[in-house]
Ligand binder design. Structure first.
Ligand SMILES: CCCCCCC/C=C/C(=O)SCCNC(=O)CCNC(=O)[C@H](O)C(C)(C)COP(=O)(O)OP(=O)(O)OC[C@H]1O[C@@H](n2cnc3c(N)ncnc32)[C@H](O)[C@@H]1OP(=O)(O)O
Length: 281
């Protein structure tokens, strides 16, 4: 079933391209009419915290890009210093029962859509990218990062545990030994460190340069049969995608159980307080 869905979404090898700029509430999609590449920009001030609405918009924008025959997708942020601060902790702290279910389901949906996207994907990481921000970046096939920012899965530092599918994205980029150590440490990498270890592919001086480098990466597929490319990507990623697809309900229940533990709530409260104190100083 996944195969036929994917085939129907494979981008056309030939034009004509449509010029398009679509804005949902929290994301913008702009298709470059020369390259046919779509730039998906997250725009949820102040820090692109991934809340229910942003996650739903992201998924909708990814579906739109797959449907409009774009040659590729570049994910970036409208914030000049933050790619995404990761999951909006307010969605997990003292949560409303129904909303938190919808929130986690939207996160699962967004990850399945991005990690499993049939079009080539790249992230222009133009700011800090902790936790859920790193998940988005590592779900793409290529990463270009601006200097002096940080990226990583810092969940253990918050007293929470990254689910298996967060690890899958990380493991698709880093060798297992490096990934395990970084996750256990909750390590945030500077741009230079991320480049050295291979967590990002290139560094760029400006956002424009990062977008250009992402476009060049997507351009490397110009002479590759798009159906063969998409099916090859899908085969590489099928195991992780199918694992979450088949365990979605259990994954949700596990999250709800974990997040409702008093110790986890206490830890999130303390972390939020520290963020707010830092913001005031
Ligand atoms: C079995 C399953 C278990 C559950 C697994 C869940 C997996 C979780 C994944 C996650 O993504 S958890 C979120 C992790 N994110 C972080 O730790 C990042 C925290 N934020 C920062 O480090 C910094 O904010 C920043 C991104 C580096 C930006 O720094 P900057 O100095 O530019 O801004 P701040 O002054 O710190 O923040 C402004 C404003 O935004 C609030 N805020 C920041 N991050 C978050 C967030 N992730 N969620 C909610 N709110 C956030 C911060 O408190 C400030 O608020 P105000 O004081 O202005 O109200």
């Amino acid at each position: 079933m996944m195969r036929s869905k994917l085939l129907s979404l494979v981008p056309c090898a030939t034009g004509p391209f449509r010029t398009m700029s679509t804005t949902t509430k929290l994301t913008t999609v702009e298709v470059n009419d020369k390259t046919g590449i779509a730039t998906l920009t997250m725009n949820r001030p102040p820090v692109n915290g991934l809340n229910l609405d942003l996650l739903r918009d992201l998924r909708q924008s990814i579906a739109e890009i797959e449907g409009n025959k774009s040659r590729g997708l570049i994910l970036t942020s409208s914030n000049p210093t933050i790619f995404s601060a990761g999951l909006d902790i307010m969605e997990m702290y003292k949560p409303d029962k129904e909303r938190v279910r919808a929130f986690w389901t939207a996160l699962q949906d967004a990850w399945l859509a991005l990690y499993g996207s049939s079009v080539p994907t790249a992230a222009a990481i133009n700011g800090h990218s902790p936790a859920g921000g790193c998940l988005l970046a590592t779900s793409c096939e290529y990463r270009v990062m601006l200097p002096k920012f940080t990226i990583g899965l810092n969940e253990t530092k918050l007293g929470i545990v990254a689910p298996m599918w967060f690890m899958s994205s990380f493991l698709s980029v880093l060798p297992r030994r490096e990934a395990e150590r970084a996750l256990n440490q909750g390590r945030m990498f500077t741009t230079d460190e991320a480049l050295q270890i291979g967590l990002v592919d290139e560094a760029a001086g400006t956002k424009e340069e990062a977008l250009e480098k992402c476009a060049q990466f997507i351009g490397t597929f110009a002479k590759v049969n798009p159906i063969a490319r998409a099916l090859t990507k899908q085969q590489f990623r099928a195991a992780e995608l199918e694992q979450l697809e088949s365990e979605r309900a259990q994954d949700l229940e596990k999250f709800l159980f974990f997040i409702n533990q008093p110790a986890v709530q206490k830890g999130l409260g303390i972390y939020l307080e520290s963020l707010k104190k830092k913001a005031k100083n």
